[in-house]
Design a protein around this ligand. Structure first.
Ligand code: GDP
Ligand code: MG
Length: 264
């Protein structure tokens, strides 16, 4: 069998479950997930290597209507991602309105073969799934797959469908490479995820995490990160009373970073 390889871009509204799917497929916390919207600012690539197959995934910022300048920029990023894909995964929450979803996806004007991924099937019954399938225009999609990214249901079927649509090509990346982005970047994203979990309101959106030191020592990896806020008053909020909040931020971050890096 000839080697197959290609780029698969995942599209969907915020909260559709894109990061969860990527994490489930790649078995590592490569993309950040959060109950809040738009935590994924960057285009994250993860690479799935199997015998004779390489799938390169990207998780784009969520599809949103551009109401603000920043949103417009994000939509541009979504569009440019659309152009270089071999396959587009269009992901919807099974509780979303199919009409609205179809309108959104049509507006992307994708050329690549499209797979509709109906996610969160653990939350709905079979009747709802049938109703969704029926409401989409026939022939809009190369395939429709129902999954639960959270419970890892039907992911094997999704992979099979992707592979069947992938072009024949030698691998794009060395096969031992999990991702294109440096570890530092993921460490910063893991810390950012904790900021989303721990702090309220606008705080997460006003902070940036910079990993300023990343040293692999004999028995541990030494990491130093700066948290940049926009206003002086936000410093106090990040620190918390007697430093309680930032200690918790450090604790939660270390837990995930240790399991991601596989060392202290
Ligand atoms: P993204 O914005 O598209 O990247 O969505 P996330 O992956 O961050 O997921 C948004 C929320 O939906 C998180 O709270 C996930 O745990 C949840 N979620 C994702 N997939 C599923 C699923 O299959 N079932 C259920 N019940 N929840 C899910
Ligand atoms: Mg995400």
């Amino acid at each position: 069998m000839a080697y197959k390889a290609g780029f698969v871009n995942i599209f969907g509204k915020p909260n559709a479950g894109k990061s969860t799917l990527l994490n489930a497929l790649l078995g590592e916390k490569l993309a950040i997930t959060s109950p809040k919207v738009q935590t994924t600012r960057h285009r994250i690539l993860g690479i799935l290597n199997m015998p004779e197959v390489q799938i390169i995934f990207s998780d784009t910022p969520g599809i949103i209507k551009p109401e603000y300048k920043l949103h417009e920029k994000m939509m541009q990023a979504v569009r440019s991602a659309a152009e270089d894909a071999d396959i587009a995964l269009l992901m919807m929450d099974a509780n979303d309105s199919p009409g609205q979803i179809e309108e959104l996806f049509t507006s992307l004007k994708l050329k690549a073969p499209k797979i509709l991924v109906i996610n969160k099937t653990d939350l709905v019954g079979n009747e709802r799934l049938l109703q969704i399938r029926k409401s989409f225009t026939k022939g809009s999609f190369a395939d429709i797959v129902e999954i639960s990214a959270l419970e890892k249901n039907n992911l094997d079927i999704l992979i099979k469908r992707i592979v069947s649509l992938l072009p024949e090509s030698p691998p794009y990346y060395p096969e031992d490479m999990l991702t294109e982005k440096p570890l530092r970047f993921f460490v910063a994203e893991l810390i950012r995820e904790k900021i989303f979990i721990l702090y309220q309101k606008e705080i997460p959106y006003h902070t940036t995490v910079l990993v300023t030191q990343f040293e692999e020592k004999k028995t541990l990896t030494k990491i130093v990160a700066d948290i940049i806020v926009q206003r002086e008053t936000q410093k106090g909020i990040i620190l918390g009373e007697k430093g309680r909040m930032i200690r918790e931020l450090g604790r939660l971050s270390r837990l995930d970073i240790e399991s991601f890096l596989g060392r202290k």
